[in-house]
Ligand binder design. Structure first.
Ligand code: HAM
Length: 441
């Protein structure tokens, strides 16, 4: 029995008391992305395994060690998405979006699956907010995408993050770099882990991303890509930095960023938090100019980023950011007797059609228990209806915060009274959040 009442290791439930935080983060990110021209895209949770082999790369930890891959009942190899870019790129090609006005700008919220060792901020099922900007090679697009990530983090009150950027070249200069890396690691081949010895032949850059302490120790003194950039790449990197400077977005150059996925080219970046332990990267992204071609499309330089929503939430909580109160119950109808319950049901239905959050007793409890329940769910007002109220058409509206009671009529005027009170409450909530967000920033 224990097994079926326990979530799988590395997964988390979002309980009703927490879901408003997720909604706030997701809606804020989507709404800011919309201001930048990114529209939401949704893709399936699983794809053909081959898609991830071709995009994320055969030699990455993600593909070699972390994917949830299985054969479906038709014998096809299927993989739960370990990230969102591959699915977005596949959908772009499948639906011919690349033939529309460029750039194509999409945003998404996805669950992702990686068989990693769970720890604080590292899960096997986690969630990302991401964006992809397909069809631009211009350096100002790099700065624009970085500024979008920065804007979202700021708006959410994710303070104490620093932006690290690196430039990992194009296929032309990368070939020279690979030669130098190969030369460096060749002399230390016997010390490398089994996987990295194999990587040395296929893609030596992946050794830089190995999580084994021995390999990462050896990688510390390896040649850096920045010393091998061709003229085009140097120019592009210079312009990205220029644009970031113009927008006063602070960054540091970090030659250690290689990113764990093979599709990256040129600009790569990470936002690192001071509030998390070893899993401090809250957002990562970069260019992938060759990916669309690799998947069978034409040359379509593109870029994007994804932020880990669990990590964003952890930082917000660590920084004491306040979340907007989840909308609660505006009015609870407590009833005495079946006829009164029917009337409460009818009133709740019509009030809700007009946007007032109304509830009534759906268990058949006594009046005292109903009032206790109304208090527990934080009902703003209660109205008790029994035979007398049914007969006279009058009742009393009780303010559950102040205890104050007012006479009301059980007719259409009730809607106006409650609607105005509900609007007043919502405005007060918004004002409260705005004032706390400003304090945080
Ligand atoms: P990524 O760096 O693999 O990039 O993941 C992006 C973010 O997802 C990370 O910075 C981190 O916040 C979060 N994350 C990754 N793995 C885990 C995990 N096991 N548990 C919790 N959070 C995690 C990508 O996925 C790229 N697709 C980003 C991108 C989009 N690049 C271009 N476009």
């Amino acid at each position: 029995m224990a097994l079926i009442t326990k979530a799988i290791r590395g997964t988390q439930d979002v309980l009703p008391g927490e879901s408003h935080k997720w909604q706030y983060i997701e809606q804020t990110a989507l709404s800011i992305a919309r201001d930048f021209g990114f529209r939401e895209m949704r893709t399936p949770v699983f794809e053909h395994t081959e898609l991830f082999h071709r995009s994320v790369g055969e030699n990455t930890d993600v593909v070699q060690k972390e994917m949830y891959t299985f054969d479906d009942k038709g014998g096809r190899s299927i993989t739960l998405r370990p990230e969102g870019t591959a699915g977005a790129a596949r959908a772009l090609l499948e639906h011919g979006l690349n033939n529309e006005a460029l750039p194509i700008k999409v945003a998404y919220i996805t669950s992702c699956y990686r068989y990693e060792k769970p720890q604080a901020g590292r899960l096997r099922e986690f969630h990302q907010f991401g964006v992809e900007c397909f069809g631009t090679a211009a350096p100002q697009a790099d700065a624009e995408v970085i500024s979008l990530a920065s804007h979202i983090l700021k708006e959410l009150g994710v303070t104490g993050v620093s932006l690290h950027i690196n430039f990992i070249g194009c296929p032309a200069c990368r070939a020279e770099y690979h030669k130098a890396l190969k030369g460096y690691f060749e002399s230390k081949k016997s010390e490398l882990c089994h996987t990295c010895r194999d990587r040395l032949e296929r893609n030596p850059m992946r050794i830089l991303d190995c999580k084994s302490p021995v390999c990462s120790g050896i990688a510390t003194d390896a040649p850096v890509m920045l010393d091998f950039l061709c003229n085009d790449c140097l120019k592009h990197f210079g312009s990205v930095k220029d644009c970031l400077d113009a927008a006063e977005i602070e960054y540091e150059i970090d030659s250690g960023i290689v990113r764990g996925l093979d599709y990256y080219t040129r600009t790569v970046f990470e936002f690192v938090s001071d509030a998390l332990g070893s899993q401090a990267v809250v957002c990562g992204g970069g260019r992938y100019d060759g990916l669309i071609e690799e998947l069978g499309g034409s040359h379509l330089p593109s870029l994007g980023f994804a932020m880990g929503l669990e990590r964003i939430l952890m930082v917000m909580e660590a920084k004491g950011v306040s979340f907007p109160e989840p909308p609660g119950c505006d009015v609870y109808f407590a009833s005495m007797g079946y006829e009164a319950t029917k009337r409460c049901f009818k009133m709740a239905v019509s009030l809700r059609e007009g946007g007032v959050a109304a509830e009534f007793d759906t268990i058949g409890r006594g009046l005292k228990a109903q009032m206790k329940y109304a208090d527990k769910i934080g009902a703003r007002y209660t109205i008790v209806i029994g035979d007398n109220e049914l007969y006279t058409g009058n009742a009393r509206l009780k303010d559950m915060k102040t205890g104050e009671e007012t006479d009301i009529k059980l007719d259409d005027s009730l809607y106006n009274v409650l609607f105005n009170k509900s609007i007043d409450r919502q405005l007060a909530d918004v004002a409260k959040v705005l004032s706390t967000t400003t304090e945080v920033l």
